[in-house]
Design a protein around this ligand. Sequence first.
Ligand SMILES: Cc1ncc(COP(=O)(O)O)c(C=O)c1O
Length: 391
Amino acid sequence: MTRPAHRLSRLADYPLAILTARVQQLIAQGIPVIRLDIGSPDMPPAPTVIKALAEQSARPDMHGYAGYRGTPAVRRAFAGYYQRRFGVTVNADSEVLPLLGSKEGIVNLCLAYLDAGDVALVPDIGYPSYSLGAQLAGADIHWLPVREDTGYLPDLDAIPADILHRAKMLWLNYPNNPTGATVDLAFYERAVAFCREHDILLASDNPYCDVTFDSYRAPSVLQVAGALDCVVEFNSLSKTFNMAGWRVGAAIGNREALKHLLTVKSNMDSGHFFPIYAASTVALETTTQNWLDERNAIYQRRRDALVAALPEIGLAGQCPRGSLYVWGRVTDGRTGAAYCAAALDGAQVALVPGDAYGPGGVQYVRFSIGMDDVRFDEAIARLKAWWAKGG
Ligand SMILES: Cc1ncc(COP(=O)(O)O)c(C=O)c1O
């Protein structure tokens, strides 16, 4: 068998895939693991969305290729959503590009913009696809330290001049996976000014903008005046509308950047299934704030229960105002990886070690709150009992 390409050696296996394999091994042995490692909503989309998929897929004329750029209706639905939700006006034809989930667009944007020798500015705790995309493109990563005491915000002014000179992309993600950190519009204003000054493409990943708590409303970087000059924002139906398995997202922003993204993308995939675009249009256009609020209240109860339990399970952490996660710092000096291994063995609860999100996460673990109430509460009880016996 011939050897695979050298570029594969630059890619570790997707960090969560390694953990998943280990958990599945235990489950196959009959061990009743509760999986708080998966960042997937545990609830379905609104019934109208499911009905639209069923109805549209029953039509005989809905089964051909739907095109590389999604349907005009779904592009308009994303644009309408940005108008209503953020007061941001974008052109549905040139400033919106539907994606097969935002992950696809994140990696393909890296392929569109990064060559060997280029630098991607990536927070040292963050969603793995930002660095994996840069590695796949053969570019260098400059890790931006993000720390608990500064709200997990990068200090853009601390980036060395020689790095800035080679930097082509900056990745931001608030509400953040995995830390739950959030920002206000003033932070985005500084980031846009910085990227304009240094001719850097600002890639803002915003899939949790509607998974928020305590009346917090997450902004979009596109609300900043002039952002369309240098920004691509990724959004997704996965978390906002409980549609993670449907694989629908969008890139919204600078038209030139979306054209380059489409050049890569149209050589990789041939679009989605018409009924999925149609049902996504329904989700974007008809899901009410009330539906989102009721769903978020369920997450918020779980968040509160877990944050209250952190001191009783050897962790410290802040109360996140958004995202699907609670981020805990291990307080007894162990690494997050050691804590997770012990929790899996001792409590049969699967968590993600913080170093899966970058070098800044070594002392941390991530919990997902996307688990039904009964098993979620059972997981907390198991962890408390395990920790009381010595962890
Ligand atoms: C920060 C962040 N970006 C992107 C994604 C990918 O989402 P999608 O399902 O749209 O590909 C995730 C998924 O967990 C995420 O947490």
